[in-house]
Design a protein around this ligand. Structure first.
Ligand SMILES: Nc1ncnc2c1ncn2[C@@H]1O[C@H](COP(=O)(O)OP(=O)(O)OP(=O)(O)O)[C@@H](O)[C@H]1O
Length: 328
């Protein structure tokens, strides 16, 4: 029962548009046109207990909408979801106890109070016994290295420190399931790394299931083995994050250094020149052209160094966003 099953889940939003100005405001009172946005279009997947799954896609792909449905904030337009045996949008208390939703763009902490006050409020809401609360608070605050900041007013904390406090407040009741919507947004590289390490620790220590959305691919690479890629409300890929590159392994990237300036026109017949300065070029080309193009480069150009690489992962993902690929 401790798994997530999603079948044909669908969400459309009805919304209105209005042009600027008083005249249009008045006109809108009497007649306004309803538009419909299909944010999530019949998606299906299963997630086993203890899995860490990355949920990625470009802006507006439908990630947050999906997380909101799975956590019961939104009622779907159609389809089914069973989350650890519960239908999320029934919002039963037993369901609310087993999960937490952390949104990098929204605070659940009271900014005028020290974080410990909000964390204590959650203790009361979830009726956590004193000893379990003290143990969990000590463990989480030590792991995140913010024990000395628990009594500081939240508005005086840095963005990274705030996110760590958000995590403590969200996890104080030891949820088995954690939805994370861009938890590292706006954080510096060190803080992002700390949050990633913490999420891995939480997954391993508590055998918790994690669903993580992020636009930072390092978050997904470090925390999640499996990735679901969504765009325009549809799933484009469901599988191993590292294998995304294999979908585009027909493309090779040549990085070439020259001893003297080479005009760009002379390189164009070799492939797609993606970066360029007088002494340096990056050329993308089909895998089967690699041998003849390398030979031609060495024979006809003043090459001092060159390397061959696969397409960078970010570029494969960008290509994936624009393309339908079978899941696997
Ligand atoms: N309340 C709403 N009313 C109308 N349209 C909405 C509403 N909420 C979201 N949408 C639209 O639904 C689509 C999916 O939005 P969603 O927030 O799920 O995307 P996302 O993948 O989380 O994007 P991002 O990475 O930018 O956070 C977007 O086109 C958005 O404009």
């Amino acid at each position: 029962m401790e798994r997530i099953r999603v079948s044909g889940l669908h969400k459309s939003y009805d919304y209105y548009t209005k042009e600027a100005g008083l005249r249009h405001s008045l006109k809108n009172l009497f007649s306004r046109k309803t538009l419909t946005k299909e944010a999530v279009k019949s998606i299906s997947f299963e997630i086993a207990s203890g899995e860490c799954v990355g949920f990625i896609g470009p802006n507006g792909a439908g990630k947050t909408t999906t997380l909101k449905m799975l956590s019961g904030i939104l009622h779907p337009t159609g389809g089914e979801a069973s989350v650890f045996g519960h239908t999320p949008w029934e919002r039963k208390n037993e369901f609310k106890r087993i999960f937490s939703l952390v949104m990098g763009q929204k605070n659940q902490l009271w900014v005028d109070l020290p974080a410990i006050e909000s964390i204590y409020l959650n203790k009361c809401i979830y009726q956590i016994p004193d000893d379990a609360y003290e143990r969990m608070l000590a463990e989480l605050s030590e792991m995140l290295d913010v024990k000395h900041l628990l009594q500081v007013q939240v508005r005086r904390l840095s963005l990274g420190e705030r996110m760590k406090m958000e995590l403590i407040a969200a996890l104080i009741h030891s949820p088995k399931l954690l939805f994370l919507d861009e938890p590292t947004i706006g954080l510096d590289l060190i803080s992002q790394k700390k949050i990633r390490e913490f999420l891995t620790y939480y997954n391993e220590q508590f055998k918790a299931t994690l669903i993580l959305t992020s636009h930072y691919m390092k978050d997904i690479e470090d925390v999640c083995k499996r990735t679901i890629v969504i765009n325009e409300g549809r799933i484009l890929y469901d599988g191993d994050f590292k294998k995304i590159n294999e979908l585009f392994n027909e493309v090779k990237v040549l990085n070439v250094q020259f001893s003297e300036p080479v005009p760009e026109e002379s390189l164009r017949p070799l492939g797609c020149v993606t970066k360029r300065d007088s002494y340096h070029a990056v050329i993308e080309l089909p895998k089967e052209h690699l041998k003849p193009v390398s030979r031609m480069l060495l024979d006809r150009f003043p090459v001092v160094d060159f390397t061959v690489a696969d397409l960078p992962l970010e570029e494969s993902i960008a290509k994936l966003y624009g393309k339908e690929v079978a899941t696997g």
